[in-house]
Ligand binder design. Sequence first.
Ligand code: BCO
Length: 553
Amino acid sequence: ICKFLHRFSLHRPQLHRWLISGDGAQRWNDYDSPEEFNFASHVLDYWAQMEGEGKRGPGPALWWVNDQGDEIKWSFRELRDLSRRAANVFEQTCGLQHGDRLALILPRVPEWWLVTVGCIRTGVIFIPGTAQMKAKDILYRIQMSQAKAIVTTDSLVPEVESVASECPGLKTKIVVSDHNHEGWLNFRTLLRSASPDHTCVKSKMKDPMVIFFTSGTTGYPKMAKHNQGLAFRSSVPSCRKFLKLKTSDVIWCMSDPGWILATVGCLLEPWTAGATVFVHNLPQFDPKVIVETLFKYPITQCLAAPAVYRMVLQKNISNLRFPTLEHCATGGESLLPEEYEQWKQRTGLSIHEVYGQSETGITCAIFREMKVKRGSIGKAILPFDIQIIDEKGNILPPNTEGYIGIRIKPTRPLGLFVGYENSPEKTSEVECGDFYNSGDRATIDEDGYIWFLGRSDDVINASGYRIGPTEVENALVEHPAVSESAVVSSPDKDRGEVVKAFIVLNPEFLSHDQEQLIKELQEHVKSVTAPYKYPRKQVHPIQKKPQGSANQP
Ligand code: BCO
């Protein structure tokens, strides 16, 4: 009956309402797979309608602030109209069509939400990236993804301009700014004159929605492509139980907009529940500002990498009893049991771990009302069937170390990526028997709780960032001092892991002051690739031996 009603509801908005309960949870089954789904029309427009009928509370859909005291609050109706305008900008002004790709490289500005939803309305596939990226990172992403358009911010205009001639497929450059740039369309100006009427595309569930670039052990980042299932997944009952968001909740997910954690935690999860998304556009991360913000605004839930909680605790701030905060979740790297204990003692709140990847979205979690087992990343969120597997895809018994596997046969669950774009061989490398092999090592206990152990490959997870050693090695060898480099992960008390680089110097740099050279190499990496990747551990330059001499370090 549920399936029938759901199918019917896609064409009859008045029936669609029957499928949504008072707290915003949609009455789909965990295993449902409707043929059509569009987050903008099925979720946002629904909440706009509820607001219009006085059936949703007064909280805004988006509440944005910055460090200069600016504030923006948009209701779901405003968001609907503005994102329809964005859709018209993309379709009418930029000539983008269903299936075209758009690179989205913005910091936490309100327009990020208009661009994402505008893309969903038009069927344009958006490709988020962090605004820490440099020209080469951007060039690689545009060339690989064949993006026809880019939306970015003032500071990245020169970076894009420096590589634009190498991107013949890039037809439209859009800047989110109060200033105009030659050769660029101005998003804010266009939005003002665009029509708020737009007919949302009827997307099929299998239509691509978003592509995330994700780092691996070798080579450059791969493109993990997701269909509409990533957004639909937020609507199924198991996912709704994980944060148990209500329309009165105000959730602050601190992830950079370039990561899947932001797409899930700042967009899909909160708005599926009709909750308020809170955003603080911090130019620079500062634990003190995090604490002040949690005191100043009525934030009820926060989702941030363990490093954020860790750095707040390290500040030794006397009062961490936040007046409205009820629930804390974390993901991206491991939270240490002692950090959990300290946070609980100082704030009175538990931190609930979640686990996921760019390929999977949030895969398992300590649900809001679930018993916390300290150090566990929780249980599978349906419809994902997670098992611990060996390298052939055989299921291992409880308490045996293996890989985190997600069942893909006989049915690939909605919410799991559809594959690495343009790389069937890389896609098949991670398919292992009936499972997707995450490459992460873990055990599962008799109660179904999963215990994360670490990566099986050389990918470095520094404060929640996934960094491929090759990306840093390639950046280092661009410096004239560097003849060869090898980059590895190194344990770190603040960031869990950090990048450590070993350098073989070219002979003419051997006499240079080593401490100064280390700093220069760090700054060099920051200048040629996204700075979060720079080697933080002291790198000790190694003398390059003349050819034929003994091979000593
Ligand atoms: O630490 P330093 O000051 O030496 O360097 C920092 C920045 O100052 C610097 N930087 C940034 N922009 C720059 C720049 N330098 C030159 N030019 C620029 N334009 O570069 C370094 C960047 O490091 P960071 O981003 O780690 O900065 P910070 O301030 O230490 O931030 C700490 C964290 C904890 C806020 C940050 O590391 C963070 O946000 N981590 C979480 C990442 C995350 O969200 N991961 C989730 C991925 S999705 C996923 O895992 C799937 C889960 C479902």
